[in-house]
Design a protein. Structure first.
Length: 328
């Protein structure tokens, strides 16, 4: 009888936090976000509701109608516009629109600015392929399209890119090792692996594991993350911290990977740990000396059971804790 009551109580707790999690996720619609559908297909949704799809392929994404669709090149795994709904005013920007001879064009749609950028390798010519820099609300997101680690990447260092979406399947784009070198050149706050396996595949954990950028941010197909305008310094932290702060993890609820963003104003030993409902340590995510900055760390809970957990950040005599929900 006690075991049954304990089970019912636990089930009620999970249900309660699922409701809280749903409310939290609903609130995120007022924030800038990125949804990754797999391969090179992503959706950007701004806090103002502008919707940008890039390189649609393989998945029908009908949740939002597009204001803009960007096509990096005309291979069939990047240009399936029928996969997305479009507003009557939707603007489709292809490589042919973005390239003018040796120059790259800039477009402004609503509050979003889109600039073409060189993209090429042995499978993609410079005259017919392009990457895109998408800027909105202080955020700069770079979608590389299909490219190698080209000399033009050095021009991105001064752009202070927040999110670099980097291809690395090792067949039609660069290897994950070359992508790691490319990421070091760009110095984005977050490096997101895309195009990690040739079509018709969508995503490869093995390839992503070989990509070793210290700023790697894993976004698995079907996941949505919040975007923020923090930029990176040479140590991989984002700047500029305004104090001691622990953000709510995202996504939440999650399965099995979530991101935890925090900021520290003073250098020193920092710990970020996860505990179960009984106060037992489930994971140690950070335990090291860090410089002042804004950091994003990931917790992969693939070996943990569903439930409510707590994560706690401590730096010096300051500490803060929040709840997170794992649902498998």
């Amino acid at each position: 009888m006690k075991a049954l009551l304990k089970f019912v109580l636990f089930a009620l707790i999970i249900f309660f936090y699922q409701l809280l999690g749903a409310a939290y996720c609903s609130a995120q619609t007022t924030l800038d976000s990125l949804t990754y559908y797999g391969h090179s297909f992503v959706k950007i949704k701004t806090a103002q509701g502008m919707v940008v799809y890039i390189d649609p392929y393989n998945v029908n994404a009908f949740a939002d109608s597009a204001d803009v669709v960007l096509i990096s090149h005309e291979h069939s795994d990047h240009n399936e516009i029928s996969r997305v709904k479009r507003k009557t005013t939707c603007q489709v920007i292809r490589a042919a629109n973005a390239i003018s001879g040796s120059s790259y064009n800039t477009f402004t749609v609503g509050g979003v600015t889109i600039t073409g950028f060189p993209a090429y390798n042995g499978y993609h010519t410079k005259s017919s392929s392009v990457g895109f820099i998408v800027a909105f609300n202080g955020i700069k997101l770079y979608h590389a399209g299909d490219t190698g680690n080209i000399t033009e990447m050095a021009d991105l260092t001064s752009q202070h890119i927040n999110y670099a979406l980097i291809p690395m399947d090792g067949t039609y784009t660069m290897t994950p090792e070359a992508a790691t070198t490319m990421a070091a050149t760009i110095q984005a706050a977050h490096d997101v692996p895309i195009h990690t396996i040739p079509p018709p595949g969508s995503y490869s954990d093995a390839i992503v594991g070989r990509f070793t950028s210290p700023n790697k941010l894993i976004v698995r197909p079907g996941s949505t993350i919040e975007l923020n305008a923090a930029v990176s310094d040479v140590n991989g932290a984002q700047s500029i911290p305004t104090g001691f702060k622990l953000d709510q993890n995202y996504p939440n609820p999650f399965n099995p990977v979530t991101n935890i963003r925090f900021e520290i104003k003073n250098a020193g030993l920092v710990t970020l740990k996860v505990y179960d409902m009984l106060g037992r340590e489930a994971a140690s995510i950070v335990s090291e000396k860090l410089n002042p900055g804004i950091y994003t760390k990931q917790w992969n809970a693939s070996n943990m059971p569903s439930g409510v957990y707590f994560y706690r950040l401590q730096s010096g005599n300051l500490s803060e804790a929040k709840r997170l929900i794992l649902i498998k």
